[in-house]
Structure formats: structure tokens, C-alpha cells
Design a protein. Sequence first.
Lengths: 230, 187
Amino acid sequence: MTGCAEHRPFLAAVADGEVEHVPAAALEHLRGCPDCREEMELHRALGAKVYATAAEREPVAPGRLGHRRRLAVGVGGAALMALIASAGALAFLVSWPDPVLAAAAAAGQPPQFQSSDGGRIDAWCEQASGRSMPELDLTPLSPVGARMDHSAGAGIVTVFYLTPDGRPVEVSWLDSSQVPPGKRSVTAREVNGRVVLLTVSPHGTAVISGSAPASVLWQTAAEIEDGTSS
Amino acid sequence: MPRTYTPIVGSQPQSEATDLADQIADLHPRLVGFAFSLTHDPEEAADLAQDTIAKALGAAWRFSPGTNLRAWLFRIMRNLHLNRVRDGAARPRIESLRDLRETAEPDGQLGFSPVEKQAIERANLEAVRQALARLPPRYTAPIHLVCVEELSYAETAAVLNIPVGTVMSRIYRGRRLLAAELAGGWR
């Protein structure tokens, strides 16, 4: 796409949510340019990893769950406080062992149910967990299976997806709490050297993981946070 | 050997001064983190953090309650660091070819290379930490303040006493350099 070079120096600022310092033309370009959006996500992923290097050295205090993206895919700076205020999320912060770690561990296990039919996967998940599954359109990801785990005080429903080029993405649902738009958030955490994304969405709290490119994980988290319905 | 210092808290009431001293002491690990981003040397970082605390306690009357204590401390630290560098108190940091090349690299014309993209996605935290330690402080300081301390660009600009636009370009270029380091070299 033309004009990328002109707007590229603003991508880091957009990734950090500092859009007030970014010219409108650059934001407009970003909306229509997949290459620049991918690069912006890489800046964001790099920022999350830098945050994680420090978070690993010192205990994470409440309110410092992970690299806060001020843009936060449409969520303001109060997102973390909202996350803490959310009863379901509060349980994740204070409970031990950490459900996010448990979700990442569950995502590393093989599916207990395999199907390429999203409807059948949802039905299996609902039967296994006793709670409803969100109707989400995560195109171009294709569902391939699911598993149910009870760990760290949470019932973790993991749905397995593949990208069009066969890279795995796992979405582990920790609950199905209803969260209003103002309390949504995406925060990054580092688990065993990899970044996972804790997403508070209108459909519940989910942990996004997988060996797909970081930009795909962030995009998936953004869509879940947004609550895009199929 | 660690130096000792005696808190001098000006004319503030004793309880307020003690509260502030406690808050400052609680921020010691964060100060060491920012100091490391400035010095790239653990011993110098510890010294700088301690000097910053001493200086802050001595100037506590200047702090306005309700404002950002971290940003105030970081500003003090940055000024102390500059003074130390000017006075030659800090050990001179060897300027590497990379330090010199950073003035020209990377340009804004190209995005991340495919190798850099892979490196970003696959890098573990130790690799990121080592790559950060190889970047010039002019980039690591704003990256640390924004990515770790989560200060805004405006707050970072105030701490470092540079324009917001400079913060923006240093973070952009710093991340580009970081990606290049992770990819194992320079284009």
C-alpha cells in the first residue's frame, strides 16, 4: 500500500494507545492498510514482552496485571480497575493457583472432542461445562476441537482453532460473566516464555494462547473483547 | 559498599514526611529498574537509585501531594544521572559501533523484516532482556518508562525533559532496533 513509509513512524504510538499524538491521516491509513496494522501489532507485542521482562523480576501488584495497552482496542485507562472490580476477574487475581497459568496449561493439552463444526463444538462445551458458549465469529480461524478442565478453582473450557496456514490458536474460557462495554480489556501476561492474552469480554473472561503469530493472537483477543457475534 | 543516608524532610509535618518516605522507599525496585535502563550497569543502577532516594527525601517539600510520585522521582533520577555523566562520576560507557550506527538506523522507510517478525514472535524474555541491554540508553529510558512503568508519552517527555515527538520517535526507533537485535544483527 502506498504511503506506508510516511505513516510508519506513528505505529508505535498507536500501539501504545497514544493516538492523540498521531495525525488523523496516519490513523486513516492504518485503518485501510493490513501491512501497517500487522506492524503495529508487532510493536504492541514487543511492548508486552518488554513489560513481561520486568514483571518477571518483581511481584505483580494488583492493578499491574500486565502490559496495559492504553488504546486497549477501544478501552480506556480504567480498564484494569474495571477488571479488578469485576467480581469474576477479582477471583482470578486473588485465587491460587493462578487460573491464567491453568488455562495456558490446559491449552497445551490435546482436545478431548474433535470436530470442524463450530456448532457441535459449542454443544459439547455447553454440555461439559454447564454454561453457554458465546456466538463469536473468529474468521478466518477454523475450530478443530475442545476440552474441559477443572483447575485452579475454575472450569476452563478451551476451544482449539487453526489459522488458514495451520497455526494453532487456543481460546480458554474461564467464566461466562457478563461484562459491560466499559469494563472490557485485554492484558498480556508471560507464561513460560510466551505471551498469553487475558481478555475480559462481554461473554466472559478468556485466555488467548497458541503458537500463531502474535498479531493473530492480538486480533483474536480484540475480536473477543469486542464481542463480535456471528 | 552500600552508602547510608539520613533522611532530611524539610518543614513537612512528621507524619506526612514519614508517609512520603515510606512511599519513596516502596518505589525502590522501580527506581532501580529505571536506573538500569539509564546506566545498563547493576552497580551504577543501585547507586543511582539510592542517590535519588536521598535527594528526594531532602527535597520532599518540593513534592506536591496528589501528583505522580513516580514521575517526580524519575525526573530527579534522570537529572542526577545527567549530572553524574557530565561530572564524569559515572563510569564512561563504551560507545560501540552500534551506538554510533543507531543515529542512522533504522530508517522509517521499511517495516520489520520477515526475520525480525519471527524474532519478535519467538523471542523469550531472556532474549528480550539481553537485547534491551544492548540498546543505547536514549532508547531504553523512554521504552522503560512507557512499556514497564506505563507512563504516558507526555509524562515520559516531562521526566526526560524532551518533546513528546522525540519520545514518540525514540520509542519507535528503539523498538525497531530491539527487533533488529532480536533478529541477531543489523540490516
